[in-house]
Design a protein around this ligand. Structure first.
Ligand SMILES: C[S@@+](CC[C@H](N)C(=O)[O-])C[C@H]1O[C@@H](n2cnc3c(N)ncnc32)[C@H](O)[C@@H]1O
Length: 289
């Protein structure tokens, strides 16, 4: 989960606040996916998570990995989930349904949720700058047989000349981004959003959907396992600030976007954050007009 969120949790480990030595429980959505999609026996679920967590942590020390949130799917909590799923499934008969890119997919638990719920393999692709995490995802979900049928793109969203933009630009109906944009301050989020918008088809109705750490629409300083000094700046969004941000994206890209967003604090998030009650998220839908 976001390194930001972890900053709010009690420091649980010598490895810092982003890593809990013991992950005592996981939200029921993660357990369902691991038991029913990955066929992991109930008693093995937590040991399995700890094993994969340590491998993933050595690749990318994010709070979502150190605290165990990487196994928890969240896409099904988005208000448009059922309609997105139906759009993706509309390609099941080979007639070319809509497609989603999970941007900054990490281990890919949200892609597994979609597949588990019947989305065709090819309707969803993942992209991440740390593709080693996708490999950990195949181990976590024991579905390496899927590797040949699914697409994980390796690349940095900011690198316009890089492989992600070379392969994915203008391709998708949806970009899903969970715990992604909050990795940056305002300027970083504007730039990441500009680049994310370029991965969508250039037509009205395409959408960026997802969630990130929310707040009162201002910049805050948070802990980070990936920055010198262990601190970084994050812009904690609400609906009003996200509207400003997407107006700026629109000005920079010659496009118009409608933002709807809501801040909330679901119980599963508090559980995934090892009891950090101050945490809130902003769940957003950004549609091109
Ligand atoms: C906090 S994790 C969230 C992972 C996943 N979306 C989830 O819900 O668990 C952020 C992810 O973004 C990826 N990432 C960070 N910077 C990126 C960039 N510039 N381009 C693409 N992916 C990036 C990280 O490697 C990491 O997997």
């Amino acid at each position: 989960m976001a390194d930001t969120l972890a900053a709010l949790a009690p420091s649980p480990s010598s490895k810092g606040a982003l890593y809990a030595e013991t992950i005592p429980s996981i939200p029921s959505s993660a357990r369902t996916l691991l038991e029913s999609y990955a066929n992991i026996p109930p008693d093995d679920v937590l040991p399995h998570i700890h094993r994969i967590r340590d491998k993933a942590w050595s690749i990318a020390p994010y709070g979502c990995i150190g605290l165990g949130g990487f196994a928890t799917p969240t896409i099904q909590t988005h208000p448009l989930y059922r309609s997105i799923l139906s759009d993706l499934k509309s390609g099941s008969n080979g007639s070319g349904g809509k497609r989603m890119l999970d941007l900054g997919c990490g281990l890919g638990q949200n892609m597994r949720q979609l597949w588990f719920d019947g989305a065709p393999d090819a309707s969803v692709a993942g992209a991440d700058v740390e593709l080693g995490l996708a490999q950990c995802g195949f181990e976590l979900f024991r579905d390496s047989a899927r590797a040949g049928r699914t697409v994980f793109l390796n690349g940095d969203v900011f690198d316009e000349e890089g492989p992600l933009h070379a392969m994915a630009r203008g391709q998708f109906d949806y970009v899903y981004a969970a715990m992604f944009f909050h990795l940056w301050d305002w300027e970083g989020q504007v730039e990441a959003s500009v680049q994310a918008s370029r991965l969508l088809k250039g037509e009205a109705g395409v959408r960026v959907v997802g969630w990130q750490v929310g707040g009162k629409g201002k910049e805050v300083e948070v802990e980070s396992g990936r920055h010198e000094g262990g601190k970084r700046k994050m812009f904690a969004q609400d609906e009003a600030s996200l509207r400003r941000l997407w107006d700026e994206v629109g000005e920079r890209t010659g496009s118009k976007w409608r933002v709807t967003a809501e801040n909330d604090r679901p119980e599963w998030l508090v559980e995934a954050m090892r009891g950090a009650r101050e945490v809130e998220r902003v769940v957003f839908t950004v549609e091109r007009l």
